[in-house]
Design a protein around this ligand. Structure first.
Ligand code: ATP
Ligand code: RIB
Length: 311
């Protein structure tokens, strides 16, 4: 079983179904429904790893509050290795307000809380678990994500980056060489100024990213259009699988990148297989409500792929 160290964020998600975003100064009554569910880009990927059959060591920080306690219990239930989860006595657990409009689009605002207080020492300690791979995201302080990558690099541990959320101010050049660097469409725009709406623009953006990040593969997530990969010489587009329904796209990206990473490791670096596997896991996730709760098990992904291939 592959052991993956995930250094990333944990949030409680407050999901609201909204008919529209209020105008400035407007108060909008909307009884579309609310729910508190486990979320956070790092945690969603940790749940995906555990459900898809990896031994996932999750290095994150929670607050000493009810949300933190609930999340911790949930991670245990999911089979995540919780030995590297720290608790901040003062900062609250991260909170994300997820506004979901009727067409399935979502807008998310994150209050990072305890995610901001993860330290280099916390990360260094986590490497004693001797992982096969490191997976990082940027919903924690950027310098901590870079520190984790640098430790992994010294130890010759392959590094996978879910490049979310993005800021054009992030010094991506600080990252050591990585296997996969994967932003979505809006993150690609933020990092490069190029919106990846056509294959040509995907290539331009991937070239711009390659100038800043030494990645074996740049993989751009393109929502229902699928995903794009560039290895420095060749490009490919892997179409998305048609989901049974599009119910809630929250955590599609987190599921895709985790699935891709795990299958990449299991298939000794077969990037296209890995992207197909990530796409299948994400297509199932978008057909269900919630973030962590929408992520499929390994058996469900195998069954999904079997049906699509035999079709
Ligand atoms: P999120 O922020 O909602 O977690 P994201 O914006 O990071 O997601 P997307 O590009 O929306 O990531 O989705 C990641 C992958 O999930 C896509 O590359 C695709 O394979 C799959 N996917 C997303 N939306 C759909 C959809 N509507 N139908 C089928 N597959 C989808
Ligand atoms: O990618 C989806 C996640 O982004 C949500 O679960 C929310 O917590 C934010 O981090």
């Amino acid at each position: 079983m592959k052991k993956i160290l995930l250094v990333g964020s944990a949030n409680m998600d407050l999901s609201m179904n909204i008919c529209r975003v209020p105008e400035p100064g407007e108060t909008l009554l909307d009884d579309g429904g609310i729910a508190y569910t486990p979320g956070g880009k790092g945690a969603n990927s940790a749940v995906a790893f555990a459900k898809l059959g990896a031994d996932c060591v999750f290095c994150t920080k929670l607050g000493a509050d009810a949300h933190g306690q609930k999340l911790f219990n949930y991670y245990k239930e999911c089979g995540i290795n919780t030995s590297c989860i720290k608790v901040d006595p003062e900062a609250p657990t991260g909170l994300a307000v997820v506004m979901k409009e009727a067409d399935g689009a979502n807008r998310i605002i994150v209050y990072p809380g305890a995610n901001k207080t993860l330290t280099r020492e916390n990360v260094l300690d986590a490497f004693f678990t001797e992982p096969d791979a490191l997976y990082i995201g940027f919903e924690i302080p950027f310098d901590i994500a870079v520190a984790a990558a640098k430790i992994a690099s010294v130890k010759n541990i392959p590094i996978f980056v879910d490049a979310a959320p993005a800021s054009k101010d992030y010094p991506l050049e600080m990252l050591p060489p990585v296997e996969v660097f994967s932003p979505n469409e809006s993150e690609t725009l933020e990092y490069t100024g190029i919106y990846p709406d056509t294959t040509e623009n995907c290539l331009k953006a991937a070239l711009a990213l390659s100038n800043r990040v030494k990645a074996k593969y740049i993989v751009i997530k393109l929502g229902s259009r699928g995903s794009f990969v560039f290895d420095g010489k060749h490009l490919d587009v892997i179409p998305a699988y048609r989901p049974d329904a599009v119910v809630d796209t929250t955590a599609a990206g987190d599921t895709f990148t985790a699935g891709l990473t795990l299958e990449y490791l299991r298939s000794y670096g077969n990037i296209k297989n890995a992207m197909r596997y990530g796409s299948a896991a994400a297509a199932i996730a978008v057909s269900r409500k919630g973030a962590g709760s929408s992520i499929p098990s390994e058996d469900e992904v195998i069954e999904f792929l079997r049906k699509r291939i035999n079709f």
